[in-house]
Design a protein around this ligand. Structure first.
Ligand SMILES: Nc1ccn([C@@H]2O[C@H](COP(=O)(O)OP(=O)(O)OP(=O)(O)O)[C@@H](O)[C@H]2O)c(=O)n1
Ligand SMILES: C[C@](O)(CO)[C@H](O)COP(=O)(O)O
Length: 383
């Protein structure tokens, strides 16, 4: 939660460039009102105080946005006047920081918001932007009149973030209009740090922007739906030796597991679950047992390889679940250490990893303590 931050979402424009009819911020985009997408991005970023600035003619439409975290404020004739109205409305219970965002930028990501918020820990003002990458020309009568240097040029985006008191004072002191709030802050002598913008954070200005935004959301939804499951199963027999490697932890025992590698049966099952989710076979395909270089190999090599492949394919781990099947050694006292070891290898949070154990009621080879079996499930998603 970002307790000391409020977000102002300006949505009082008429959207004339996007065409006639309903103003763009109230139109449907991928099945939802544009502003509903915008508000959700802030909620996902943990901003819980949202001020939406609307045109008086749109008050009835604003009813659809009403929620405990949303305040509605009436805007003015210009974007600058709309922002000012919201700043004044917040003053009675002033936040420490304020983010000012175009309602017409519905595809902003929690990452862009988070980067601005992080920059505000060290700066009075911060805003996202993208460097200009194309060559620039000045045109006259449909002809190229001159080349213009693109060095140091950026395309400004929102949300633009400020110390609340500083931007309120800057707005109060500002005469006339401005393209954005950074211009107003700079006029008051406030330096603004540039944070990473995003191509997707486009402003809906023309109808073609709606078409592009629809395509981007459709692609995001396809990615969100791309969830993959894999399972793995492995068995190693007991033999001479002391202690068993299980999920990256050497567990004291009067015997050791036998195998071509270090025989970490839990880590093998987990690696196979990840390979399975990627439809990439199993450990044996990537590390053939016939290859002497893997003799006695530490099993984290296999797991790291599976995780590397997962990232290379554009997936990340949602969660995984490993079950060790044995009478002894007892796993419970070591389960937390195993979770920690796997998390360190996989570069994820311990909460994403479950390690548990069961006996087989003294039945079968595990019941007779001839070996240990492990099953694992991994769930991956895009991104
Ligand atoms: N008087 C105004 C004018 C603009 N905005 C908001 O400022 C953002 C960026 O402005 P722009 O894209 O220029 O929106 P419009 O002014 O609505 O567009 P147009 O210029 O095409 O009419 C939009 O979310 C818009 O709703 C506002 O709150 N109050
Ligand atoms: C604030 C802004 O989004 C920064 O890029 C932009 O200036 C507002 O939109 P407009 O089309 O320039 O009115």
């Amino acid at each position: 939660m970002r307790q000391h931050i409020a977000a102002i979402i300006v949505a009082a424009g008429r959207g004339t460039r996007a065409g006639t009819g309903v103003p763009k911020q109230w139109r449907m985009l991928a099945g939802r009102i544009v502003l509903a997408h915008t508000l959700d991005a802030f909620r996902q970023a943990g901003v819980t105080r949202l001020v939406v600035v609307v045109h008086p003619d749109d008050l009835d439409k604003a009813d659809t946005l009403r929620a405990p975290d949303v305040a509605i404020v009436l805007g003015g004739d210009t974007r600058t006047a709309s922002v000012r109205a919201a700043l004044e409305a917040l003053e009675g219970d002033a936040p420490r920081h304020v983010l000012i965002h175009d309602g017409a930028r519905p595809l902003l990501s929690p990452t862009v918001i988070g980067d601005v918020c992080a920059a505000l820990d060290h700066a009075v003002a911060a805003a996202p932007a993208l460097p200009v990458v194309d060559a620039l020309w000045r045109g006259e009568n449909g002809q190229v009149a001159a080349a213009v240097s693109r060095a140091d040029l950026f395309r400004a985006q929102t949300p633009q973030g400020f110390e609340f008191r500083a931007i309120l004072a800057a707005h109060r002191a500002h005469l006339g209009d401005a393209a954005d709030d950074v211009e107003i802050a700079r006029a008051a002598g406030i330096e603004t740090r540039i944070t990473q913008g995003a191509d997707d954070n486009l402003k809906l200005t023309y109808q073609t922007d709606f078409d592009r935004a629809e395509r981007l959301i459709a692609a995001r939804r396809r990615d969100d739906m791309d969830i993959r499951l894999g399972n793995g199963f492995d068995v190693h027999r007991f033999g001479p030796g002391k202690g068993c490697w299980l999920c990256g932890v050497l567990v004291p025992h009067e015997r050791a597991l036998q195998g071509h590698s270090d025989a970490d049966v839990g880590m093998h099952a987990l690696s196979d679950a990840i390979y399975g989710a990627l439809a990439e076979g199993d450990i044996g395909r990537h590390f053939p047992p016939s290859d002497p270089q893997w003799k006695g190999a530490e099993s984290h090599i296999f797991l790291r390889h599976a995780v590397g492949l997962m990232h290379a394919r554009g997936y990340r781990l949602n969660n995984c679940d490993v079950t060790l099947i044995c009478e002894r050694p007892k796993i419970g006292p070591h389960a937390a250490a195993m979770q920690a070891a796997l998390a360190a290898i996989m570069g994820c949070d311990m909460g994403q990893i479950s390690v548990k154990a069961t006996t087989s009621e003294r039945l079968g080879f595990t019941g007779r303590e001839e070996g240990i079996a492990a099953i694992a499930t991994a769930c991956l998603s895009r991104g």
